[in-house]
Design a protein around this ligand. Structure first.
Ligand code: ZN
Length: 493
């Protein structure tokens, strides 16, 4: 860049420099911290309005603060999250807030065709990491800016369960709202007899569903629908089971959707429906029923995450029969095209390397891949190289926490099958990240690791982990890039 920035003796991040909106913009390192630097063109000093920092000779050097992040998004349009509609997309959740540069590099390396979602975090994970929605947003903003990413992003407020969750994330600019009605899904219906199903269906919130049991029966019982290669047939048991299992969830999604649209007003937002975190699979007939009922209630959505057959555990490949999964994905993809088209969303999408080719082929581009936790595992990989002793200590602590922390996750790792921390030679420590049991144990204990304190109240792991990652951003970014290219490549066009 040949402008005024080059006259300053600051250590600029070269990829961050950009000329736009009557100014030059960049990030620079000063002492151990990163600064925002803005040099307006002559006569365009108004470009600095709304930014905080020191001004000398008309150049602003300011902190990477929430205020400056918000001002930056308002000035540089490509940093502002937008809706992605049915574009093939991938969400790259970042629990530490330092992963976006590596995510950007992976998306860039794979090339066009995949719309990224850099800011993405569930309310549950925010609670576990002591992060707020605005921090999730800002960390992604600074990461995109640092890498010079100008091709846009979505922003996924993931697994929202209440209208308060919508308020908190809408307020800071999220655009993609994943509504999770799993608390209202009755998986027990899968094995109920007809009499129990009748009782459950009679007790559904019929007014909220703007429906009656007689109306429901009339629309479905004895009907069969052709969807591409699929024939979806409803007898009484199939209808009542779908309604008993998902009826309250449908009502909840409709309520959340109406609240979102009303609160968002003219701001563009989009909705995902996720029932992936339930005990039993979503059958094609159930998917058909849910989609059909949501449509009847006027709900619009861009993607839906069914609970597929088999097991999508955190951070490891698919567990189950791939032929059965293929049949299942083909059915769900056909239904998604029929009622939308909307995207099929793959949650817990990290490391599902045997699933990607199947999903990419059968969904024909109508797919959203959602990964969240393995950016943390790549941080641990980076740590294992920089400070093996600390990595070993984290692993030992994770083993202690595992039985408690696994409760809210779908994992099957067993402590007894993961090596004891002291038994692993130093050279083999990084190998724990490829070990099924150790990997899941490390994956689900991140919240405890980040929050654990020493007797004096200082953080036992978090501060040192963060300072090592901040001091070695290239190592972390390189590990992330390598990891996520493998995830994105199968979906690239
Ligand atoms: Zn999910």
């Amino acid at each position: 860049m040949s402008g005024r920035l080059s006259t300053l003796s600051l250590q600029f991040l070269p990829t961050s420099k950009v000329e736009a909106a009557s100014a030059e913009w960049a990030l620079a390192r000063e002492g151990g911290t990163t600064k925002l630097v803005i040099a307006p063109k002559a006569g365009a000093e108004a470009a600095l309005a709304g930014f905080e920092g020191d001004r000398s000779d008309g150049i602003l050097v300011g902190p990477t603060s929430p205020g400056n992040a918000a001002a930056l998004r308002s000035r540089l349009a490509w940093l502002r999250p937008r809706t992605l509609d049915t574009q093939t997309s991938a969400g790259l959740g970042d629990r530490l807030g330092l992963a976006t540069p590596g995510h950007v590099r992976a998306v860039r390396r794979v090339g066009g065709g995949i719309a990224p979602i850099f800011p993405q975090q569930s309310i549950r994970e925010m609670a576990r990491t002591n992060r707020t929605p605005v921090e999730v947003m800002d960390d992604a903003t600074w990461g995109m800016f640092a890498e010079g990413w100008k091709d846009g992003t979505g922003a996924d407020a993931d697994h929202l369960k209440t209208t308060e969750d919508i308020d908190a994330t809408l307020a800071v600019g999220f655009t993609f709202f994943t509504i999770d009605p799993s608390a209202h899904v009755d998986s027990g219906a899968d094995t109920d007899d007809l009499a129990t199903l009748r009782t459950k269906v009679a007790a559904l919130p019929w007014a909220e569903l703007e429906d009656s049991e007689a109306g429901l029966r009339k629309r479905y019982v004895g009907q069969s629908f052709t969807v591409e290669h699929l024939r979806v047939a409803f007898d009484e048991a199939v209808v009542l089971r779908a309604a008993a299992k998902y009826g309250k969830a449908v009502s909840h999604v409709a309520k959340m959707s109406r609240y979102l649209l009303k609160t968002a007003g003219t701001r563009p937002v989009e909705l995902e429906v996720s029932v992936d975190e339930t005990d039993t699979p979503t059958s094609p007939a159930e998917h058909y029923w849910v989609a059909s009922e949501l449509r009847r209630l006027g709900v619009a959505w861009v993607s839906l995450a069914p609970r597929f057959v088999g097991r999508f555990e955190k951070g490891v490949d698919y567990i189950g029969n791939l032929d059965e999964l293929e049949t299942d994905v083909a059915a769900h993809a056909a239904i998604a095209r029929h009622f939308g088209p909307y995207k099929l969303s793959l949650h817990s999408g990290s490391d599902k390397f045997s699933v990607y080719p199947i999903a990419a082929r059968l969904a024909k581009g109508l797919v959203h891949l959602k990964t969240a936790g393995t950016s943390y595992l790549e941080a641990l990989r980076t740590l294992a190289a920089l400070d093996p002793g600390m990595f070993r200590a984290i692993y030992a602590f994770a083993r202690e926490r595992y039985d408690t922390d696994k409760a809210t996750y779908h994992v099957s790792a067993e402590l007894a099958k993961a090596p004891a921390a002291a038994a692993v030679p130093e050279s083999e420590l990084p190998g724990l990240l490829e070990h099924f049991h150790a990997r899941e144990i490390l994956h689900v204990t991140f919240g405890s690791v980040l929050k654990e304190t020493n007797p004096d109240g200082s953080l036992r792991f978090k501060d040192r982990l963060f300072s090592l990652l901040r001091a070695n951003p290239e190592s972390y970014a390189a590990n992330l890039e390598k990891h996520f290219v493998k995830h994105l490549q199968p979906f690239a066009r």
